[in-house]
Design a binder for this molecule. Structure first.
Ligand SMILES: Cc1cc2nc3c(=O)[nH]c(=O)nc-3n(C[C@H](O)[C@H](O)[C@H](O)COP(=O)(O)O)c2cc1C
Length: 196
């Protein structure tokens, strides 16, 4: 079982990055393999170019890894009420999965996380992220996690997450895993399932 995390900023101590790491650690404790594309990695990706199919090694790696993922966890900071450009650029690159047998996130659960300095951007950005996941044929988990970083700091100086935030991130990871387990033996897209 491979769970892929996408999210973070280039800022040291990035809360969105720590949130993905916390959720992936919970998935690992349940036996999953994980891969995290964090802020530094995302910043190394060139702007997505729809007209030019040439890709860097990092772009190829991200696309290939998501192609083989059994579930995903995506986190973005709320930037001006929406998804950060860094995260959106990575999601736009996944257009390269459009012609796959299971395009984009087909048949995969996607846990969505937002960190922002206020509840308003937490809400609007989570809705945006879930809309993108729907557009990419993924299944946003029932639980979406929003962390207001200006209210109660969810992470300690050592990056550790405890308390209710940790419980919610673990719950989100568990939902991604349980969906992946349910779908492990069947086709990713029920519409393509053979009929009797
Ligand atoms: C360019 C920029 C725009 C932001 N816009 C908002 C916003 O509209 N609403 C909000 O609540 N916080 C906003 N923030 C605060 C971030 O969402 C918040 O600090 C977040 O936790 C940063 O994520 P990080 O810790 O992963 O870097 C903004 C921060 C930056 C740098």
């Amino acid at each position: 079982m491979l769970i892929v995390g996408i999210g973070g900023t280039t800022r040291p101590g990035s809360t969105s990055e720590l949130a993905v790491a916390t959720a992936l650690a919970a998935a690992q404790r349940k036996g999953a393999d994980t891969r995290h594309f964090g802020g530094t990695y995302l910043a190394s990706l060139p702007h997505y170019t729809p007209e030019n199919p040439a890709r860097t090694a990092a772009q190829h790696e991200l696309v290939e890894t998501v192609r083989h993922a059994d579930g995903l966890i995506i986190a973005t900071p709320g930037y001006h009420g929406g998804i950060s450009a860094l995260v959106k650029n990575a999601l736009d690159l996944l257009e390269d999965l459009r012609t796959d047998t299971s395009p984009y996130f087909t048949g995969r659960a996607v846990g969505c996380i937002v960190t922002a300095a206020g509840w308003q951007a937490c809400g609007t950005t989570l809705t945006s992220l879930r809309s993108v996941v729907h557009a990419m044929r993924g299944w946003p988990t029932p639980l979406g996690v929003t962390l207001n970083t200006a209210a109660t700091p969810p992470f300690g100086r050592d990056g550790a997450c405890t308390g209710p935030a940790a419980d919610r991130l673990t719950g989100l990871a568990n939902q991604v895993l349980s969906f992946a387990t349910c779908h492990a033996s069947g086709p990713r897209d029920p519409a393509t399932a053979p009929t009797a």
